[in-house]
Design a protein around this ligand. Structure first.
Ligand code: DHB
Ligand code: MG
Length: 224
């Protein structure tokens, strides 16, 4: 017997209820995601906590995020990076950035975050041109067709030992369809092939189910 989406939600709720404390600022950020151009696309609470734990377990203090939306994952990452940490987060839409700014303020992390508005590939290119200090952790969670470009930019902005996490790599299972007409699926498949062919990168991918349905995270360690 297969578990239904109702079951996945209930199990997410069970674990989150015991393990994932979302304070008022995180809850408000998640709610306000509905007002963005990508309603309810932010990571689930248990996934936000996973990002925070990965950040802390890796000892990451400099974090780069592609795709801010309402700043929900940004808050998790900024808090995890800690008072000496820094998050640079890249957002295409000023409409979303305005929502994120008020969420970051409410969460008390504004001083830890640089929110850069514009196409993320351009923003990343500027960071590269400015010789930005390398990042320890990168979270790629923006428009999926650009995943390969975001990975390439990340490789110019990280160091041996950095971690890169990519969201939404399963896409309801469509990732295995080479003929998918969905550009988001092709963006995932292209980046998976780039990772597989890059000797500097070690990676794995995990399918997730829960309040966001059937999707997944890809986790990369840059070895050199
Ligand atoms: C999509 C993007 C996301 O970042 C997400 O978490 C869910 C869906 C999308 O492009 O469909
Ligand atoms: Mg996502």
């Amino acid at each position: 017997m297969y578990a239904s989406e109702t079951d996945w939600r209930a199990v997410d709720g069970y674990f989150a209820g015991l393990l994932v404390a979302e304070d008022e600022a995180l809850a408000a950020a998640r709610q306000s995601g509905r007002q963005t151009t990508m309603p309810a696309a932010e990571v689930a609470p248990n996934q936000g906590k996973l990002l925070a734990l990965l950040c802390q377990l890796a000892g990451a203090v400099r974090v780069l995020e592609f795709g801010t939306l309402a700043g929900y994952s940004t808050i998790w990452l900024a808090r995890a990076a800690g008072p000496d940490g820094h998050v640079t987060t890249l957002e295409l839409e000023e409409h979303n950035a305005a929502i994120a700014r008020s969420n970051l303020e409410r969460a008390g992390v504004t001083h830890l975050v640089d929110l850069i508005v514009g196409p993320a590939v351009d923003s990343a290119r500027k960071l590269i041109a400015q010789d930005a200090e390398p990042y320890d952790l990168v979270f790629i969670d923006a428009d999926k067709p650009s995943n390969p470009a975001y990975l390439q930019a990340s490789l110019a902005l990280t160091h041996a030992g950095s971690m890169i996490v990519i969201d939404n790599v399963v896409r309801d299972g469509a990732v295995i369809d080479p003929g998918s007409p969905d550009r988001r699926v092709q963006g995932v498949r292209a980046v998976v092939e780039d990772i597989a062919g890059d000797p500097r990168l070690e990676a794995t991918a995990l399918q997730t189910v829960g309040i966001k349905g059937w999707d997944g995270f890809l986790i990369i360690r840059r070895t050199s």
